[in-house]
Design a protein around this ligand. Sequence first.
Ligand code: HEC
Length: 175
Amino acid sequence: MKGVAARYPVYDAPSKKLINLEGRINECRRKFMKAPVLGYETDELLGLSIYVRAQSRGLPVKVRVDGPAKPFFEKGRAFFYGRRGQLSMSCAHCHEKYAGKRYRSMTLSQGQTNGFPSHRLTWRKPGSLHRRFQTCSRLVRSEPFPAGSDELIDLELYLAWRGQGLLVETPSVRR
Ligand code: HEC
């Protein structure tokens, strides 16, 4: 499993879709183990995801955004720069334009994903990257996309590419 998480999400030829690590784990369970698919934010799936990702700790993030992955990557980029919610703000406003500035009591980061799933003190437990996306969506008062949705997996690929070369740090600890 070493190195696997560092290259996800990947294009999955059989389904012609972009698939993230959580999706791959569930696909393996369904297809090869005839085991039930695990719900996105369940402790079981979070645990497996953290365990598999931890095998890549210290390895650089390196995702493919060319070939069949390209259209998904472009959608992820458009999502990142698109304004949404009642505040009409994009991810880029907080994590690019205002990165380093204060938001409430926090310093805005570049919104990197190499530490996820991450233990957030506010959550009092580890949570998925998609849960973080949903939290950020609510900050701008927009209706979040469901965890595991195609939209959030495209966004995940775009952010992995932005953080290309950063080392996998899972599981990180955040406020
Ligand atoms: C109103 C400002 C705001 C917007 C807009 C926003 N975020 Fe965030 N985001 C935050 C804050 C505050 C945090 C916690 C502090 C930090 O890590 O930046 C955070 C954290 C994150 C993190 C975790 C970083 C880490 O190291 O733990 C990710 C990933 C992230 N945001 C992605 C996104 C994405 C993707 C979008 C667009 C859908 C988005 N954010 C929109 C404010 C925002």
